[in-house]
Design a protein around this ligand. Structure first.
Ligand code: HEM
Length: 168
């Protein structure tokens, strides 16, 4: 009957779309710590929670968000959210909105086998200093590690953030 059909539709829409299956290891919540720095600032440490989810639409998209906080006081720091769009040809595009007002469009590649994702900014918008951003996310011994590099109007591409997260 109609009820059964509806139920089936629901099941199918919450199933993992084949296009995101190679990155399904990301899905879930991650928590860890990171280290920030740059030639022009004092280095700092931070706590972080990261969330990858498959939107209920069943579309070939992974929803992404992260929040960070000061390790001593728990005070919120930077946060961001966006969408990751892997393609069957192992390319990927990512759009991210940051709490600072900066917007990023990144393009890159992923390796399902090595569990490495490499992203390079194509657009950095509404930024006063940032010209370029690169991000590498990698699974190492079941932990998610990333490095975010940036170039500013004064400095070439150099690391700003490094973090290691465990799945919750
Ligand atoms: C400083 C960009 C993520 C914390 C900065 C600066 C820029 C920047 C342009 C100033 C550098 C300078 O003055 O020469 C970005 C971008 C990010 C990002 C593009 C993401 C792609 C984060 C995150 C955190 C963070 C996740 C915290 C966990 C800081 C801190 C400073 C800083 C504490 C130093 C502020 C100061 O001393 O004035 N960032 N940031 N940033 N960022 Fe980020």
């Amino acid at each position: 009957g109609k009820g059964k059909e509806k139920e089936k539709e629901k099941e199918e829409s919450s199933a993992i779309h084949p296009a995101i299956a190679p990155l399904s290891y990301l899905l879930g919540k991650w928590k860890g710590e990171g280290e920030g720095g740059y030639p022009t600032i004092n280095s700092f440490r931070y706590g972080e929670e990261l969330h990858f989810s498959h939107p209920a639409s069943g579309k070939p998209v992974i929803a992404y968000s992260h929040k960070t906080w000061k390790l001593d006081s728990g005070m919120p720091m930077h946060s961001e959210s966006g969408y990751w769009r892997p393609k069957p040809d192992a390319s990927i595009e990512v759009v991210i909105a940051q709490s600072t007002g900066l917007a990023e469009v990144l393009k890159g590649t992923y390796s399902a086998e090595d569990k490495v994702i490499k992203l390079q900014s194509e657009v950095v918008a509404n930024a006063s200093k940032v010209r370029e951003i690169s991000r590498v996310y990698e699974m190492v011994n079941g932990e998610l590690r990333y490095v975010v590099q940036m170039a500013t109007n004064l400095t070439d591409l150099q690391p700003h953030l490094k973090a290691v997260l465990k799945k919750l």
